[in-house]
Write a protein that binds this ligand. Sequence first.
Ligand code: C2E
Ligand code: CA
Ligand code: CA
Ligand code: CA
Length: 281
Amino acid sequence: AKAEGRNRFHYFNEGLQAVAIRRILVESELREAIQKKSFIPYYQPKIDAKTGLLYGAEALVRWGHPTQGMVGPAYFLDIAEQTGLIIDIDRIVIQKACAQHAQWLADHTFDYPIKMAMNISVRHFKDDSFLPMLTELLEKYEIQPSSIELEIVESELVQDTDTAIAVLDELAKMGIDVAIDDFGTGYSSLSYLKQFNVQVLKIDRSFLFDIPESEISSRLFKGMLNLSQSLELPNVVEGVETQAHVEKCLEYNAEILQGYYFAKPLTAQEFANYIPTKFNK
Ligand code: C2E
Ligand code: CA
Ligand code: CA
Ligand code: CA
């Protein structure tokens, strides 16, 4: 039993070591990538359920890694969050997404102005230079605050409610919309919704994914959409993958649809050429 205990300890220790080594490696790679600004936004279309037209884009970070090609956030987001490097990464992505947004507007790439959504870590809320940085970006690229949106994950938002309330109020004053991302997965009480100055609920894809098989999921999904309607907060449904998903969204009056049914995250060039997938109404 003693030997077994020692083995287990040894094994555990090795696991920790591997995690620590990977962390150190990725952290140093991230620092270099930040210097080189090797983070690139991909753009996933959002579709207006009423009209079937393009509503906007969500910028999703990709890392042009020197040896591994284009890697997604699953590879580095944890470590970026833990080390605080996410602040620098988000700034690069936001800057590039705003530049792209301004370019598309200037070029009249789309027949009407689309909305550009960007993901940010709630860590920015503790950073005094965050709001000035946004103001500066909007001025530099001559972007209307109302044409951008910030997506913040619900579970992060509720960690420090006092700070969140204050920053959300400031963003609202600036005219920038905020969406609660992964809505429905992060908190046990809905009372915070009354305090948080947010403009959009982005319903987590877990509510859709086993529809139509699961009757319970359908009801929960309907409940989430009803909630957003009761609160008079526009909703976005993410993870729309199938015709059946689209049908449920239309049946329950979802407003904005996003997911692989329409498109995966695209390069800027692909996004500019994107024509929304047709669906029956
Ligand atoms: P999220 O904001 O909830 O973004 C949706 C994720 O689901 C994206 O993964 C997207 O590619 C994927 N997705 C889109 N449509 C579908 C679908 O129909 N089915 C399924 N199964 N998945 C779909 P991605 O790009 O790997 O991003 C993962 C997460 O990383 C994001 O989740 C977001 O929380 C975070 N993230 C992405 N970009 C940034 C960024 O620039 N800054 C920060 N702070 N976080 C980011
Ligand atoms: Ca998001
Ligand atoms: Ca989400
Ligand atoms: Ca997510």
